[in-house]
Design a protein around this ligand. Structure first.
Ligand code: ZN
Length: 196
């Protein structure tokens, strides 16, 4: 099953896929007690970060393998300006990355089969996780229910985002687990019509 922590503050949404193993998808800022308690209530086997922004990675638990798109991996390890929020950088300890995810990589978890889709635009290393059989996608900040992620931050690119969305619009998706806002159904073609 998928446990949801929907954030109404600065944190990203956080999801826990619990099956043959327990996978944490994004982790918030690490500065919100209720969210940290939510994460700590699971025995996490693997963390997957959809991208390197601090509101998604700050709460990554210690001593758990972390996977992230290959183009955001170095930023997560070193803490570059790409992780955003300059006020945090002096304290940013960086996180060791165990797996640098590439487009087409598959992460199995019981009957979940998550395909890594490299979807640059919000950051150049952003990924989505798509389960074709279950018709679900973890979209990070690439898109939300009725919206798109910012493209004005370091390594963001509006043309890349358009191409990523055009690719995603071809997929059969019934439920979106976005990085911010509510979980639900979303017509990516309507987003494309509106924003591009
Ligand atoms: Zn972001």
């Amino acid at each position: 099953m998928i446990h949801e922590y929907i954030s109404y503050g600065f944190d990203s949404n956080v999801f826990v896929i619990e099956n043959s193993k327990t996978i944490l998808v994004d982790a918030g800022t690490g500065m919100t007690d209720s969210l940290n308690r939510f994460i700590n209530s699971f025995k996490i086997d693997l963390v997957i970060n959809t991208h390197c922004h601090i509101d998604h990675v700050g709460g990554d638990p210690m001593n758990v393998p972390i996977a992230i798109g290959e183009k955001d991996a170095e930023d997560l390890e070193r803490g570059t300006e790409k992780t955003i929020f300059d006020f945090v950088l002096p304290f940013f300890r960086g996180f060791k990355v165990s797996k640098r995810l590439k487009d087409g990589d598959i992460i199995e978890c019981g009957d979940y089969r998550l395909e890594v889709l490299h979807t640059p635009g919000h950051t150049n290393g952003s990924i989505c996780l798509y389960d074709e059989a279950k018709k679900i996608i973890f979209s990070g900040d690439t898109f939300f229910i009725g919206g798109i992620g910012r493209t004005d931050l370091p390594s963001g690119n509006i043309e890349d985002l358009r191409r990523s969305l055009e690719r995603l619009a071809k997929l059969d998706i019934e439920k979106v687990y976005p990085g911010h806002g509510e979980v639900g159904k979303c017509d990516i073609n309507k987003i494309l019509d509106f924003w591009f």
